[in-house]
Design a protein around this ligand. Structure first.
Ligand code: MLT
Length: 400
């Protein structure tokens, strides 16, 4: 039996599984200590009422012969695709056809599964630090990976290197983990680069709903030429609290042709062969998100998380502490105290403040000496975490 030996190049555990295991072990050893989770980007707000009501109605339909639903269309129900098409048109000024929108169970699976439609000998560019799923799924298939360091020097926003030869480019905007955001002008440079080199951009827009400045892009298709070179992956996990329900969508424009072949056709072909679609209940809930009442409720939740990240950034500002992100993103990328590695600072925050963060080095070597905090906890917990953070960082400052 021959195994896929590429798997042996992966760390033993997925980053967030390691953090969860460390947290469990710490909690077992310190059962009295209250812990505050600012690590994985998991939401704390419950689903809004219009979404819950729709789930209840759709469940009742499943129990009636006349309204019961069996297998649905593998790439999604037309009414959900139409709702997403309208969302793109009205909020982003981007015109899509329903065929270009393919419904999935979330961005994580799509950013990895999309590799199925590309050659196994691809060279892939991605930032360092990066969402671990990009790196790990490319290691699994044996792709050559070119890392683009995202550091303080380039504002954590690497730009294309004119001489690089790559087939695929992952861009996450706003970025996970740094929380920074490319401008339209910067994205245009990436699009022009991809068009010139016949590369395809895999654009992860999972955090687009957190962009507050209308001048910043919320879809790569707001950039001229992007429909000829980019696939956009999006998710309702963070936008609408679907981390537990699971629903996302991927846009593959019909204008995207690689070596004479439509990538939309290949992705639809892949999905119809390997995926039976998202459940009827979840798709009904997703459509409710895009209804007027659903959308209003979602905005309230987004503002709630934004208030949390503002609390974190205000705490850091008051200490004149170095960080980026937190404005157009639920993530704040915080410099560790002098002399501390990311894991050392993780342990320090856990043991001295009960705060669970994500060590930056878990997202790549260039993430060493940083940790990521999220605004996804409750306001009360975030406020408590900020008081504790203030205390810890003040002590570090005094000891310098
Ligand atoms: C993160 O914390 O980076 C994300 O929540 C992980 C994910 O979406 O899979």
């Amino acid at each position: 039996m021959k195994i896929n030996r590429n798997y042996l190049r992966l760390p033993d555990n997925y980053l967030f599984s390691t953090i969860a295991a460390k947290t469990r072990a710490y909690q077992a050893a310190h059962p009295q200590q209250a812990l505050i989770k600012l690590s994985i980007g998991d939401v704390s707000r419950p689903l809004p009422v219009p979404v819950v009501k729709t789930l209840q109605d759709a469940s009742a339909e499943m129990g009636q012969r006349a309204t019961f639903q069996g297998y649905g269309p593998e790439t999604g129900y037309p009414w959900l695709k139409a709702a997403i098409r309208d969302y793109y048109q009205t909020t982003k000024g981007v015109t899509l056809t329903p065929d270009e929108i393919i419904i999935s169970d979330g961005a994580k699976s799509d950013v990895a599964n999309l590799l199925d439609i590309f050659d196994p000998h691809c060279t892939v560019a991605m930032t360092d630090p990066v969402y671990p799923v990009y790196w790990e799924s490319n290691v699994m298939v044996g792709h050559k990976i070119k890392l683009l360091p995202a550091t303080a020097k380039n504002g954590f926003l690497p730009m294309p290197n004119r001489h690089a030869r790559v087939d695929l480019i992952y861009l996450c905007n706003p970025a996970n983990p740094t929380g920074v955001c490319y401008t339209r002008e910067q994205l245009k440079q990436w699009v022009d680069f991809a068009l010139k080199h016949h590369a395809v951009i895999l654009y992860d827009a999972a955090y687009e709903a957190f962009v507050r400045d209308p001048q910043l892009p919320t879809s790569i298709y707001q950039i001229a030429g992007a429909k000829q070179c980019a696939i956009e992956i999006c998710s309702l996990s963070k936008t609408a609290g679907f981390t537990g329900l699971r629903c996302g969508y991927t846009v593959v424009p019909t204008a995207l042709i690689a070596r004479g072949v439509s990538l939309n056709r290949l992705w639809q072909r892949r999905q119809t062969a390997k995926f039976n679609g998202v459940s009827y209940l979840v798709q009904r809930a997703a459509a409710a998100v895009f209804s007027p009442t659903g959308w209003t409720a979602i905005q309230r939740n987004l503002r709630y998380y934004q208030r949390n990240t503002t609390l974190i950034t205000q705490t850091l500002d008051s200490l004149n502490w170095s960080y980026v992100g937190g404005v157009h993103s639920p993530y704040v990328w915080v410099r560790c105290p002098k002399g501390q590695t990311a894991w050392q600072f993780f342990d320090y925050l856990l043991s001295h403040a009960g705060i669970i963060c994500t060590p930056g080095v878990g997202f790549g070597k260039a993430g060493e000496h940083y940790v990521r905090l999220t605004g996804f906890n409750t306001y009360a917990q975030t406020r408590r975490a900020c008081q504790l953070l203030n205390k810890v960082l003040t002590q570090f400052k005094q000891n310098i």
